[in-house]
Write a protein that binds this ligand. Structure first.
Ligand code: ADP
Length: 183
């Protein structure tokens, strides 16, 4: 299992998809699941940039993982975003004998986030919602990185502010993914 952690706009989705292609791992994004299945009440929270309840998120991820052919071959984007979610996940990992290959912590400044997300133009990419997502990230999600480090999970702190291909090259190097052989 590979886990992406980073503030909104850090490039988790973009990098996850590239990595999924090269590793054959399945891509699992809680944001994508919620955009398809969220209740009206959850949609309102998402539009405000708030995090949804841990119990709901855990239930969603539990169901999604159960559907995977191989839970070791999954890239998680958008989960865990709180310590409660992270400690649930570590319990599952232990109980099922799964392995976290790496946590990729993508770091970008608030200025980069604002300019990238205004370009993306998703419904919840208003200036106020972006500011809220950054604030929730600082308060609830950043501690998850230290939590993983404290549990001796391999965490890679990666500067996500460069171009997509440059960031991806760093990720591949850290994860030891071989370069494609020339024909
Ligand atoms: P972004 O691309 O901005 O990182 P996502 O697409 O991952 O955002 O998620 C969109 C919204 O879905 C979040 O702002 C939040 O409201 C909700 N959400 C997604 N994952 C989680 C989670 N693990 N815990 C709580 N809320 C979540």
């Amino acid at each position: 299992m590979i886990i992406f952690v980073g503030v909104s706009g850090a490039g988790k989705g973009t990098q996850s998809e590239l990595l999924g292609r090269d590793t054959g791992y399945d891509y699992l994004s809680t944001g994508d699941i919620l955009r398809a299945y969220a209740s009206p009440e959850q949609k309102l929270k998402m539009l405000g940039g708030e995090l949804l309840d841990d119990e709901n998120m855990i239930a969603i991820v539990e169901a999604a993982l159960r559907q995977q052919r191989d839970a070791n071959k999954v890239i998680l984007d958008g989960f865990p975003r709180t310590i409660a979610q992270a400690s649930w996940l570590l319990d599952v990992i232990k109980r099922k004998g799964l392995i976290i290959d790496a946590v990729i912590h993508l770091q970008v400044s608030a200025a980069v986030v604002q300019s990238r997300l205004q370009g993306r133009g998703r419904q919840d990419d208003t200036q106020a919602a972006i500011a809220a997502r950054i604030a929730w990230y600082e308060r609830y999600t950043r501690p998850v990185v230290d939590f993983f480090k404290a549990h001796e999970i391999p965490v890679f702190d990666i500067d996500g502010s460069g171009a997509t291909s440059a960031v991806y090259a760093i990720i591949k190097e850290k994860l030891n993914i071989p370069k494609p052989t020339k024909e």
